[in-house]
Ligand binder design. Structure first.
Ligand SMILES: Nc1ncnc2c1ncn2[C@@H]1O[C@H](COP(=O)(O)OP(=O)(O)OP(=O)(O)O)[C@@H](O)[C@H]1O
Length: 597
């Protein structure tokens, strides 16, 4: 609550501002607030969710034109038209979001730009939209019997709408939904493996953008009471982009500061409009090069610069606190692969692989480089749909299911090349694992926000427990990239465990670790198994495999060449031959050595 105390003087200042401003300045301020709402919408899609959206100005236009058309052609009152306009803008948001389900990056940029151009083209040529002349007789909005005909009066309506819009955007970005959107922006594959329904999340981002664009459009129609195509053209889209990039696209407050600042600058530079555009371009380039996170990112950038000159304190990984052992719940098969084949064009990465992993087992999957181990994990966790064969988890067919579905079925995984979200701190990475809600849960954000707060409190409590159990408390708010490799590996395991899986897939968890770290890893994996989780582990460290695994499956050239206890596979001739040497010849001895190191 104390952190929000600064809002009181800000609100009072905003309320008193009109008393010190002339008519024209008031108008400029009212327009700047509209741009701020528009920029929040763009910040949510581009900055928070990482979806390229060049149609924000069209959402703005859809909102404004819908009000204009509904008021002047259908004879509706301003506020009824405004509500319908919001619905139309959200629907337009859905339409623009559809391509995002199938394409990303510059392709999405081109498509959204195309849709924005199509909108401007339509309003320029459609009779109902008043063609190039636009629509000029939008009625004065009346609120509580008061005609909002001046910018002074309208400003107060805008202020309330803006405050609510800003509060909702901040609420969303600081909630489990916002965390998932940021995770999707950083790495959509890893976010999917953690249970994020990527298509729905992308659509949510565009719906929010449509809503904020529509809201800005409604206010614009009420303030200016005239709409024409040039207010919603591509030049304005680029101005909006400049606002968001300069302010800091990932920060909602940054977007607001950028929007208000640039809207003011635009007015101040009206006499030099020809050069102003060039100036914005230059500032954007400077921002991208020297302050990629915009004005909002400058304090953190400065702090990092100062820290660089100070000797850093070494990070301390705390001890792992083992889980309470749970008696095995029956001996059913948790994972079953049957004749799984995966072809990449001409290359057969997996060739009829079958394996069955019983509950409570630690299964090792080993094999020379390129033998198909990671591909097998990718098939099991839904990253690849196999060309043939079937995968069953807990007896249910999951072949080709999306990663988020598998995550919901209790499959968690880590990655060979570590996929921690780099823009989220350690704690947020763990929180993402803990969040088991479906995206459809998000109706609560609008209808019952207190339930979101309650849920977040529960996640926070459980995150503390996991952070403590895995000894991560010293760097819970650090960015993973800044931490040693061994620690990052442990964070990834903690994040996977946060998902409360029944099946944990570990892809080379000991890679890059020293002997002591490998010993601690073995202790962690055993404790995870003892807590009732079935573990499948890909590893090249044979000492670890031999000492840790109950059962080992050996792959070579995409086929299972041996399957049995560590001692059995170690002496299998096919295995010795596949490894082309004697590294496997006496693994039990090396395991004993490794285990005692
Ligand atoms: N997406 C892909 N497209 C084309 N080929 C692929 C793809 N993924 C894997 N492969 C190929 O499939 C084969 C098996 O690769 P995979 O990564 O599964 O092996 P691995 O046993 O995990 O190897 P390593 O121990 O080096 O990680 C390799 O020849 C690899 O180049």
């Amino acid at each position: 609550m104390k952190r929000l105390a600064f809002l009181v003087p800000v609100a009072v200042a905003a309320w008193l501002l009109p008393y010190g401003l002339g008519g024209y300045s008031m108008h400029v301020l009212a327009v700047a607030i509209i741009f701020a709402i528009l920029a929040i919408g763009l910040g949510l899609t581009m900055g928070v969710a990482g979806q390229i959206n060049l149609a924000q100005v069209a959402f703005f236009g859809v909102g404004a034109y819908s009000v204009a058309i509904l008021c002047t052609r259908a004879g509706l009152g301003f506020w009824t038209a405004a509500l319908l306009a919001l619905v139309v803008s959200v629907l337009f948001g859905v339409l623009v979001g559809v391509p995002a389900l199938r394409m990303q990056s510059h392709y999405l940029g081109i498509v959204t730009l195309g849709l924005a151009l199509a909108f401007t083209n339509w309003v320029t040529n459609a009779t109902i939209a008043g063609r190039a002349e636009g629509i000029s007789d939008i009625p004065v909005p009346v609120l509580f019997g008061l005609e909002l005909s001046s910018a002074y009066l309208f400003y107060y309506v805008e202020l309330v709408v803006f405050a609510l819009a800003l509060a909702f955007a901040l609420f969303v970005t600081h909630s489990p939904l916002g965390r998932r959107l940021r995770a999707m922006r950083d790495d959509d594959l890893a976010a999917g493996a953690l249970g994020a329904e990527i298509p729905l999340l992308r659509m949510t981002a565009f719906v929010l953008s449509g809503l904020y664009g529509g809201l800005a459009g409604v206010l614009y129609a009420g303030l200016i009471r005239f709409v024409a195509p040039e207010s919603f053209n591509i030049a304005n889209m680029f101005l909006l982009l400049a606002m968001v990039i300069i302010g800091g696209r990932a920060s909602i407050v940054g977007c607001v500061i950028g929007a208000i600042g640039l809207a003011m600058a635009r007015e101040a530079l009206l006499d030099a409009a020809a050069y102003a555009q060039l100036g914005y371009g230059l500032v954007v380039v400077l921002a991208v090069v020297f302050a990629p996170k915009g004005l909002a990112g400058l304090p953190a950038q400065l702090r990092a610069l100062l820290r660089r000159h100070k000797p850093g304190t070494p990070v301390r990984l705390g001890p792992f606190r083992p889980f309470a052992a749970v008696p095995a719940a029956g001996d059913s098969t948790v994972l079953e692969a049957e004749g799984v084949t995966m072809r990449f064009k001409g290359l057969v990465a997996l060739d009829g692989v079958s394996l069955a992993v019983p509950r409570g087992e630690i299964r090792g999957v080993v094999g020379p480089n390129g033998s198909g181990k990671t591909t097998l994990f990718n098939v099991i966790s839904g990253f690849y749909t196999p060309s043939a064969g079937a995968v069953r988890v807990d007896g249910r067919e999951v072949t080709g299911a999306a990663p988020y579905r598998l995550s919901q079925r209790g499959v968690a995984r880590t990655f060979q090349n570590l996929r921690l979200f780099e823009d989220l701190n350690v704690r947020e990475n763990i929180l993402l694992g803990l969040d088991r809600t479906r995206t459809s849960w998000i109706w609560r954000y609008a209808a019952a926000p207190w339930r979101v707060f309650g849920y977040q409190r529960d996640l926070d409590r459980r995150a503390d427990e996991i952070i403590d159990r895995f000894g991560l408390a010293d760097f819970a708010v650090a960015i993973p990239r800044s931490l040693p490799y061994g620690i990052q590996r442990r964070i990834e395991i903690a994040r996977a465990l946060a998902m409360s899986p029944t099946l944990l897939l570990l892809d080379e968890p000991a890679a890059g670790m020293n002997g002591e770290e490998v010993r601690r890893l073995a202790e962690i994996v055993r404790s995870i198994r003892d807590s009732g989780v079935t573990v499948v582990i890909i590893e090249h460290n044979m000492g670890l495999v031999m000492s840790l695994c109950d059962h080992v499956t050996v792959l070579a050239g995409g086929r299972v060449i041996a399957d049995g206890t560590p001692a059995e596979v170690a002496i299998a001739p096919a295995v010795v031959q596949a490894y082309l040497g004697d590294s496997m010849a006496a693994p039990t001895e090396s395991a004993a050595e490794e285990a005692t190191r």
